[in-house]
Design a protein around this ligand. Structure first.
Ligand code: SF4
Length: 328
């Protein structure tokens, strides 16, 4: 059997940064350190950070006064920021800069008087946060069929935005339907679907075309991992979302000569290694990396974390130093 590993896969720059932020906050912030919602959608990541001392909560009312609270990579609405300010909490914002870009676009379009159609999935933390920037002006759609149901005050003054982790192909269909209904619609100059989502989908498409079955490692509530399954299935390849090696059903692999593996943007690489080793225990297999796109994106740390480190007399590592997450 051959195992084909899609590359790129796994952690994106936003997730990598968010995890570093929690680890560093645990070293430079006065305790306790709270994280609102899952810092990224992966149970293994959350458990590892919890073991190091981070407290995870759903809402700010579970955070005691005078604590540090970290906002997750998915971003928060202005109402959450205001509440944290009112409470006097120390805030560190781990929102991915590419999510912040979408928030800023929403603010700008709202200020210019546009109705804003957000293409995304209701109830995802990122969508809740973005919708909160201009709730009275925003309309949410998930499918091209939803476009007919839209009722906007001025059809000539409509803008669109998208969640960062959507399927590139499905989103194109939504935007096309929007353009047909609102010919004057405007949108961001560069796609909101982030580079990591696009690259992982391109890689999974390539690998799916070469294998008999494909496994996507990721959490059930991870938007980008679910989209990877859909993209792979769209090529006609049987595809399964698994949280880790324990979810592998041996029947999927019985008649497979080639197995593809990829991982969502919140999935740590050790889970990929675990899955590879588990498959090798079932059947002898050779492993091949399928490189589709090279990535070298890396984001800086938030200023408030640097300020906290300075006050505690510590120096944060440079973000260009890959993997360095301990302070001097
Ligand atoms: S998937 Fe994209 S938008 Fe989301 S955290 Fe990663 S880089 Fe940022």
């Amino acid at each position: 059997m051959q195992i084909l590993l899609a590359n790129p896969r796994g952690f994106c720059a936003g997730v990598d940064r968010a995890i570093d932020i929690v680890e560093l906050a645990l070293q430079v912030s006065p305790p306790p350190v709270y994280v609102r919602r899952e810092i990224v959608h992966n149970r293994h990541v959350v458990e590892a950070l919890r073991a190091k001392g981070a407290h995870f909560v759903d809402e700010l009312d579970e955070v005691p006064d005078d604590a540090t609270v970290i906002f997750s990579a998915h971003g928060v609405s202005p109402a959450v920021r205001q509440e944290a300010r009112r409470r006097g909490l120390r805030v560190i914002d781990a929102t991915c800069p590419l999510v912040t870009k979408v928030h800023l676009e929403a603010i700008r379009y709202a200020r210019e008087g546009y109705s804003i159609v957000l293409v995304g999935h209701a109830d995802h933390d990122e969508v809740v946060g973005t919708m909160g920037e201009a709730p009275e002006r925003m309309f949410l759609i998930a499918h091209p069929e939803d476009v007919d149901r839209l009722r906007v005050p001025d059809p000539d003054k409509v803008a669109y935005l998208t969640q960062t982790t959507l399927s590139v192909d499905d989103t194109r269909d939504c935007i096309e339907a929007l353009r047909q209904r609102f010919p004057k619609i405007v949108g961001p100059s560069r796609d909101d679907i982030c580079y990591a989502t696009q690259n992982r989908q391109a890689a999974v498409k390539t690998v799916a075309g070469e294998v008999d079955v494909l496994l996507v490692i990721g959490a059930a509530n991870s938007s980008n991992a679910n989209r990877l399954v859909e993209v792979s299935r769209g090529t006609g390849t049987p595809s399964h979302l698994i949280a880790d090696k324990h979810d592998i059903d041996p029947r999927w692999l019985e008649s497979a000569r080639r197995v593809g593996i990829t991982a969502g943007a919140s999935t740590p690489e050790f889970l990929v290694s675990d899955v590879v080793e588990q498959i090798k225990l079932m059947r002898p297999a050779a492993v091949r990396e399928v490189h589709v796109v090279e990535e070298d994106v890396r984001f800086g740390l938030p200023r408030e974390l640097e300020e906290m480190a300075r006050r505690s007399g510590k120096t944060l590592p440079s973000r260009s130093a890959a993997g360095a997450v301990s302070v001097d």
